[in-house]
Design a protein around this ligand. Structure first.
Ligand SMILES: Nc1nc2c(ncn2[C@@H]2O[C@H](COP(=O)(O)OP(=O)(O)OP(=O)(O)O)[C@@H](O)[C@H]2O)c(=O)[nH]1
Length: 423
């Protein structure tokens, strides 16, 4: 068969041709060879295209992984904080549940953490506020006692000033009896001397020997647990936030529990306070969730994350006293399934006077109050409430709120307090 008439075409001129019998002698053999070349060519082409495509896709690889992670990141019930990234100082990074797995990097910028003011000396800084609002007590007493001859009318004025400061009847009578004796024995009304008497007597009434430390160190293998209670509006949530700052300034690793589920905004408020200093908040997304369950979760997280102290905010607004007390009792019982409660802080608004004392009585019936936080002492001339509430409950005032600023909560120091009253 002539070359040009080969049914499936012929090799180009000069094509050496495959080894074997000469072309054209066995056309069936030629066709087989042609098919072999064709198939090999197609396979090589396909492989080449496949390789090129995989190279191109390889360049876009990591971005695809971020867009479509194989498993969602473990969910935190809060905004991520610096601790989640493992960069916070005390206590190391917060761990989350679930098996260790490399997760895609979080692109969100980390919040800048604030450095709270050291707790020491805070009352000194805030002393002027205390002195300003309580000048009626200090200056009034000094003025009365050093004005010369003290007749019955003058002593009645002293008594009225003390009662008006919410010192309470019993403490007022004690103080007047002591002052009368000193005036009688000494016979002097020199202002410096009278100031010193008052200082001594007031300090004695404030009971400087009471233990005002706040449980904030780990107990064995578990964190200290602080429960914060009080009527709504007294400054409870604010106090929990400020207390977290006091403890962070003392290098404590803190975790907050938002068990005030009655008011949804309270959890957000707490979250914000915590995030500012890198402290995580355990909360529920559901308004009206069971506060005992949130408190339980918070203590559980605190144990797992090996923090130093868990502080739990509670609700203070319920339909009636019985509801409130039942709820607090339940929160307490449920926490105690995991841990003892080391501290129950009762927050009282110093401006509410007798009302505050009544609240103190009710709360102390439901939980064992171990310390009092007196808020809003900056806005009242009723510094005497410190004495009255300590006497009524037999527990110390441990902290005082002296303003709305984040570091306006100070450990209560009796001597500084009395000095401020007499400034
Ligand atoms: N002047 C002054 N204001 C304070 C002080 N402590 C708290 N406050 C203010 O009191 C108001 C009420 O505070 P919250 O912390 O929301 O009160 P709460 O007791 O948690 O109230 P609920 O969450 O409704 O139960 C806020 O405006 C605080 O800024 C303080 O020591 N001095």
């Amino acid at each position: 068969m002539p070359l040009g008439s080969a049914p499936f075409g012929a090799p180009f001129e000069g094509w050496p041709g495959p080894p074997g019998p000469p072309i054209g002698r066995d056309w069936m053999g030629d066709v087989d060879t042609l098919w072999t070349y064709l198939i090999v060519g197609v396979v090589i082409l396909a492989l080449g295209i496949g390789f090129a495509v995989s190279l191109l896709r390889g360049r876009g690889g990591p971005e695809r992984e971020v867009e479509a992670p194989t498993r969602p990141a473990p969910r935190l019930d809060r905004e991520p904080t610096e601790r989640d990234a493992g960069t916070a100082a005390p206590g190391g990074p917060v761990t989350t549940e679930g098996p260790a797995e490399t997760l895609p990097p979080v692109a969100e910028p980390l919040p800048t953490l604030e450095r709270p003011e050291s707790a020491r000396g805070r009352l000194q800084r805030l002393r002027a506020r205390l002195a300003r609002s309580n000048s009626a007590l200090g200056k009034g007493l000094l003025g009365l006692l050093s004005r010369g001859r003290l007749d019955e009318e003058a002593w009645e004025d002293v008594e009225d000033t003390l009662i008006a400061s919410d010192l309470g009847v019993e403490a007022t009578e004690e103080l007047i009896a002591s002052l009368r004796t000193r005036v009688k024995v000494d016979g002097t009304t020199d202002e410096a001397t009278v100031r010193e008497w008052l200082r001594e007597d007031l300090l004695r009434l404030v009971q400087p020997d009471m233990d005002r430390r706040i449980a904030s160190s780990r107990v064995g293998t578990r964190p200290a647990v602080i429960l914060v209670v009080g009527v709504n509006g007294t400054g409870k949530t604010t106090t929990v936030g400020k207390l977290a700052r006091v403890l962070v300034a003392e290098d404590r690793d803190v975790l907050l529990g938002a068990a005030d589920t009655f008011r949804a905004a309270a959890a957000d408020q707490l979250d914000t306070w915590g995030a500012r200093v890198g402290v995580p908040t355990v909360r529920s997304d559901r308004e009206g969730a069971d506060p005992a369950a949130v408190a339980f979760d918070a203590v559980k997280a605190g144990i797992e994350q090996e923090v130093d102290v868990v502080i739990i905010d509670t609700a203070g607004r319920l339909h009636n006293k019985v509801d409130l007390m039942n709820e607090l009792g339940k929160v307490k019982r449920v926490i105690e399934k995991l841990s003892e409660i080391d501290e129950v802080l009762l927050v009282l608004d110093a401006t509410t006077g007798q009302n505050g004392l009544q609240q103190a009585k009710v709360f102390s019936e439901a939980v064992d109050v171990t310390g009092i936080v007196l808020t809003k002492l900056d806005g009242t001339a009723k510094g005497g409430i410190v004495v009255a509430v300590q006497r009524q409950l037999g527990v110390p005032v441990k902290l005082v709120g002296l303003g709305e600023g984040p570091d306006d909560l100070a450990p209560f120091e009796p001597a500084d307090f009395v000095d401020a009253l007499l400034d």
